[in-house]
Design a protein around this ligand. Structure first.
Ligand SMILES: Cc1cc2nc3c(=O)[nH]c(=O)nc-3n(C[C@H](O)[C@H](O)[C@H](O)COP(=O)(O)O)c2cc1C
Length: 200
């Protein structure tokens, strides 16, 4: 078993500049950094990847997909946020995971995701807080091999008024929920890191 480092990868499923999902994800990132962990924030605008197509794959997996695979392989944890579009996760996120699910030469099955401690986030302007997208994302990431105990965070009725100029959530109760979630999450990651150290 590999000794995991303390890097947490965060992927936003929204491409929108003022995305609520990106803002929520950034607020998770700030709290994680305050605990002394390193993070890698993936803005999918910087990873333009073609729609999955076996014909393209036959010519080689795109370099941006390899970059993302490398980022995931250095991670102890994964946090993904997605908008809910018509009850589903964003197409760009689904496409990214379809590519990442493809095994390249020398990789073992599900290598990129295996046992990763994971949080799934959904923020929406609607009152259901992207719950259907959260469910879909949990199911997809379970299929890809992440640790089965996926935590989740849902933010309903998102609007620009609930963030300050730095993008922090200004609703105290929501901030407290995020704080507790991050604390529990990092505790479970620490268990994993210590366990890996003991058995190696
Ligand atoms: C095509 C489309 C479909 C949407 N479908 C839903 C939906 O099913 N449920 C929901 O709560 N919000 C839905 N919304 C509203 C999104 O929650 C809202 O646009 C949200 O701000 C997108 O996330 P972002 O701010 O991170 O970009 C939809 C928006 C679009 C553009």
């Amino acid at each position: 078993m590999n000794i995991k480092n303390k890097n947490i990868v965060l992927i936003s499923g929204s491409l929108r500049k003022d995305s609520f999902n990106t803002k929520v994800l950034r607020s998770f990132e700030k709290k994680i950094i305050s605990y002394g962990y390193s993070t890698t924030f993936v803005d999918l605008n910087h990873f333009p990847i073609p729609f999955y197509n076996e014909d393209i794959e036959a010519q080689g997996i795109p370099s941006k997909v390899f970059m993302l695979k490398n980022i995931l392989q250095s991670a102890s944890g994964l946090i993904v946020s997605s908008p809910e579009y018509n009850g589903e996760i964003s197409a760009v996120l689904k496409n990214t995971f379809d590519w990442l699910s493809r095994k390249s030469v020398n990789e073992t099955p599900k290598q990129n995701f295996l046992n990763l401690k994971t949080i799934v986030i959904g923020a929406s302007t609607g009152k259901n807080g992207a719950n259907r997208a959260i469910e879909r994302l949990q199911s997809l990431l379970t299929t890809l091999g992440v640790d089965k105990e996926i935590l989740n965070y849902s933010l309903a009725k998102a609007s620009k008024d609930i963030f300050d100029a730095q993008g922090n959530l200004i609703i105290v109760e929501q901030n407290d929920i995020v704080e507790e979630l991050v604390s529990n999450y990092l505790e479970s990651i620490n268990h994993l890191i210590n366990f890996d150290k003991k058995v190696s």
